[in-house]
Design a protein around this ligand. Structure first.
Ligand code: GDP
Ligand code: MG
Length: 164
């Protein structure tokens, strides 16, 4: 059956924008237990000759504090339970922050393949140097993308599909 690829990352890094850009229109929402922020959104995606199921684990996201961390833990759990490959999305504009390290640690423990993407690289020359700090997460090469401008998707998905 088709590989399942989950997008995980902090609020506002651009998970839903990336999801929508890749998914087009075939989107379905799966509601989890009411009050629990484990809703996720699925789409069947065709990329070149490949077909996979993409999940946006974000749902409705809290802004900060303890809620944020437990929400991120829930996201990571969904991804680790269901995905064959996890896209861990970060944000070059906000840079590398503590919560990124915390999520990276949760994901790493799953042993699932993780592909690190750095979003909002709308201008490669301007932002490429800023993507290098994301090597510090210990998740390998950061792939620069712009979900808004649909830049970098080919290289990112090539790497994802290596693990499928
Ligand atoms: P999510 O909370 O991770 O799902 O993030 P969203 O997809 O809702 O995006 C959060 C904000 O980042 C929105 O204002 C988006 O328009 C913006 N955003 C998403 N992708 C990009 C990008 O590639 N470049 C820039 N400059 N902004 C982006
Ligand atoms: Mg979202």
């Amino acid at each position: 059956s088709k590989p399942i690829i989950a997008i995980v990352g902090r609020p506002n890094v651009g998970k839903s924008t990336l999801f929508n850009a890749l998914a087009g229109e075939k989107i379905s929402i799966v509601k989890d237990t009411p009050g629990v922020t484990r809703d996720r959104i699925y789409a069947d995606v065709t990329w070149l000759n490949y077909q996979f199921t993409l999940i946006d684990t974000g749902g409705i996201e809290p802004d900060s504090g303890d809620l944020l961390l437990s929400h991120m833990r829930g996201q990571a759990e969904i991804a680790m339970e269901t995905a064959d490959v996890i896209i861990f999305l970060t944000d070059v504009r906000q840079g590398l922050v503590d919560a990124d390290y915390q999520v990276a640690d949760m994901l790493r423990r799953s042993g699932k393949p993780i592909v690190l993407a750095v979003n909002k690289v709308d201008n490669y020359e301007k932002f490429v140097l800023d993507t290098y700090e994301f090597y510090n997460l210990g998740l390998g090469t950061p792939f620069p993308v712009s979900a808004n401008s649909k830049i970098g998707f080919g290289d990112l998905l090539d790497e994802v599909l290596v693990h499928c």
